[in-house]
Design a protein around this ligand. Structure first.
Ligand code: OKP
Ligand code: ZN
Length: 341
């Protein structure tokens, strides 16, 4: 399997994450992608290619233009306000308040942020743009007939919604890729999200649509980020009713239980018979992940890849989370090797 990778991800190197009331070094850091790349190389998975550059058109097909304009200038506006730290939201349009976009940067940040842990830093926008190029180059390779492609995206994307960033995500790489496949001939595209966290952004983008099926396995929002979406009774709206499927699971969930949810999701993907499958590939369901609570082992990721491969649908793997930097490479490559087996 081919891997698409850009060194530009290193431009996303924030100093701060708000965690447990402290500013800590972010869990989502450059060494994650470096480790994945190293293991891809050492394992002989396949060729490693740089991305092509795409315009903003495929981005604007899933994100609001005012949100994109905000991301482009947020860092500069924060500098202009004279702040010394990174961009962190501190105020929100909470219940019964206005949802108008204010003029001043503090207000804009609160309007477009869905969480405060994610600091916008210098270089974040450049890295996010390169990350979507990595995803789109992978999508294009599927259109050219490849059976499986790995887009080693960083920063990740699945929490980024129509007009919101957060959960370490700015542009929804998987959604951008899926929409690109739709716009280049595919009638139906399925997205399977196996990251530990609910893909609230992807769900938001496709919630009212019947041409993109979204299935997500994740920590129950009662207990896990993003807390305010990801319940099992969220099944889609309007035309999209029945095309959104959530599998929330409790703390301590072992592979035996997780794989039943995966099998159910894969059966639904099969019934939908999409031309392409996009997998939001987070490996934070791993037992040693520092911020998650499922109990998958490294060999379980190999089985996961085999189960996905058995569907026999051309598949784009888009990198999302996974924060045990020592094992993130092995776990990702296990999924990809399982798929290829
Ligand atoms: C991004 B991705 C835990 C706080 C969680 C944000 C997690 C973002 C995960 N106490 N903070 O889905 O891997
Ligand atoms: Zn995650």
């Amino acid at each position: 399997m081919r891997t698409i990778y850009s060194e530009q991800h290193r431009l996303r190197d924030a100093r701060t994450e708000l965690y447990g009331g402290e500013l800590v070094q972010p869990f989502e850091k450059p060494s994650r992608a470096e480790t994945v790349l190293r293991v891809v190389r050492e394992s002989g998975l396949g060729e490693i290619s740089p991305p092509e550059a795409f315009s903003l058109e495929p981005v604007l097909a899933v994100h609001d233009a005012d949100y994109i304009a905000f991301l482009e200038t947020a860092w500069q506006e924060w500098q202009d306000a004279g702040y010394a730290g990174e961009v962190i939201a501190s105020v929100w349009p909470a219940r019964r308040m206005q949802s108008r976009v204010p003029r001043f940067i503090d207000g804009k940040v609160g309007y477009y942020a869905m969480a405060a842990e994610t600091s916008i830093s210098e270089g974040t926008w450049a890295a996010a743009l390169a990350s979507k190029d990595v995803a789109l180059t992978g999508a294009k390779a599927l259109l050219d007939g490849e059976r499986g492609v790995f887009s080693l995206c960083r920063p990740p994307g699945h929490h980024a919604a129509l007009d919101m960033y957060g959960g370490y995500c700015f542009l929804n790489n998987a959604a951008i890729a899926a929409q690109y496949l739709r716009d280049h001939g595919a009638e139906r595209v399925a997205i399977l999200d196996i990251d530990f966290h609910h893909g609230n952004g992807t769900q938001d983008i496709f919630y009212a649509r019947d041409d993109v099926l979204f299935c997500s396995l994740h920590g129950d929002p009662e207990d896990a980020f993003p807390h305010f979406l990801g319940y099992a009774d969220e099944t889609g709206s309007g035309l999209g009713t029945g095309y959104n499927r959530n599998y929330p699971m409790p703390p301590g969930t072992p592979f035996a239980q997780w794989r039943e949810a995966l099998a159910d999701a894969l059966a639904r993907v099969g019934e939908f018979s999409p031309q392409y499958l996009v997998v939001s590939l987070g490996v934070d369901a791993f037992e040693n992940d520092p911020i998650s609570f499922f109990k998958l082992t490294s060999p379980d990721f190999l089985t996961t890849g085999q189960m996905i491969g058995a569907l026999d649908i051309p598949t784009l793997f888009v990198m999302e989370g996974g924060y045990d930097v020592d094992e993130v490479g092995v776990n990702v490559v296990n999924v990809l090797k399982g798929f290829d087996a």
